[in-house]
Ligand binder design. Structure first.
Ligand code: DGY
Length: 302
């Protein structure tokens, strides 16, 4: 970026407020933003006329009002594909961490409260051979299914469209969420945050899970109604949750921290050196194409 552009870099990773972002956009041709920059309709309306493109350093783009951008003829791009494996790896980590109570075990070691090995100490639940439900069978959902097959898990999924047999690889398709949920010893969500999916994990949907099911979220916090999930975790109807994303990050609902059956990570699904480099170069490829007068490889459309 330093070589090919004259960037105004945010060297400290501090989150700019909307006013500062708009101010810094003055005279710029493009914005390279990320999940913490809320580019809503109001911000887009107030961006200077010089801005012709917004490239987000993320696969998710729910923080950008793409329709408002289109109306102002501002192109938008994202970074799909390059973070698929890293995110699917974290889904497996959450699945195992939640099922095996890894957070509690690690906490006991760090706090020096581990007394001794005991037959009923730190009891978790098996993963091997269980049923895994995947809500949203895009790239990351499929990469999770591939990993889960290594644990002999039976894969069930719900997606807007059924995958071709080769990609489905024996997974059971459910054409609606209600049919998927009773088949989930584990449920992992991999849907984008849209008006249709926000709050899709709520008291009604959680009620359809088998008692003790384990819930995993690497997608977006706002897919979940926190009150409903916390109530289900408190009652044990949801046996455990592995969460990498939250509503109102980083000020997540504090009850998650005190529940013994949660395994929590700070939105680090894509956080490997290799993946974050690939995301950066992907964002640059989109900018380069756009300013060379070609279609960006990863356009976002409303
Ligand atoms: C994304 O890219 O949308 C992730 O949430 C952050 O890497």
């Amino acid at each position: 970026m330093q070589r090919d552009y004259q960037p105004d870099l945010n060297g400290s990773d501090e989150i700019y407020g909307q006013e500062e972002l708009i101010e810094r956009a003055k005279g710029a041709d493009a914005l390279l933003v990320t999940v913490t920059d809320i580019i809503n309709r109001d911000v887009i309306a107030r961006l200077p006329g010089s801005i012709r493109m917004i490239a987000t350093f993320s696969v998710g783009y729910d923080q950008i009002d793409a329709a408002a951008a289109l109306e102002r003829k501002i192109a938008v791009s994202n970074t799909p594909g390059v973070l698929t494996n890293a995110t699917a790896d974290i889904a497996i980590l959450l699945l195992l961490g939640a099922a095996r109570g890894a957070g509690n075990g690690e906490h006991a070691i760090r706090q020096n409260t581990w007394q001794n090995w005991a037959p009923t100490g730190f009891l978790g639940r098996d993963v091997t051979g269980k049923r895994l439900g995947i809500l949203g069978m895009g790239r990351i959902g499929q990469a999770l299914a591939k990993r889960a097959r290594g644990f002999d898990m039976e894969i069930h999924y719900h997606n807007r469209r059924r995958l071709p047999a080769q990609e489905e690889a024996g997974a059971h398709y459910h054409d609606n969420l209600k049919s998927l949920l009773p088949n989930c010893d584990f449920l992992s969500v991999h849907a984008a945050s849209t008006p249709q999916t926000r709050g899709i994990i709520n008291s009604e949907t959680l009620q359809e899970l088998p008692p003790g099911a384990i819930f995993v979220n690497t997608a977006r916090g706002d897919l979940v109604n926190d009150d409903a999930l916390i109530t289900a975790l408190q009652s044990g109807h949801v046996g455990a949750a592995g969460l990498d994303v939250f509503n109102n990050e980083p000020d997540l609902d504090p009850r998650y921290r005190t529940l013994p059956n949660t395994f929590l990570l700070p939105h680090l699904g894509s956080a490997t050196l290799e993946t974050r480099n690939a995301m950066g170069f992907c964002a640059l490829d989109n900018l380069d194409a756009f300013f060379a007068g070609k279609p960006p490889p990863n356009p976002v459309t409303p």
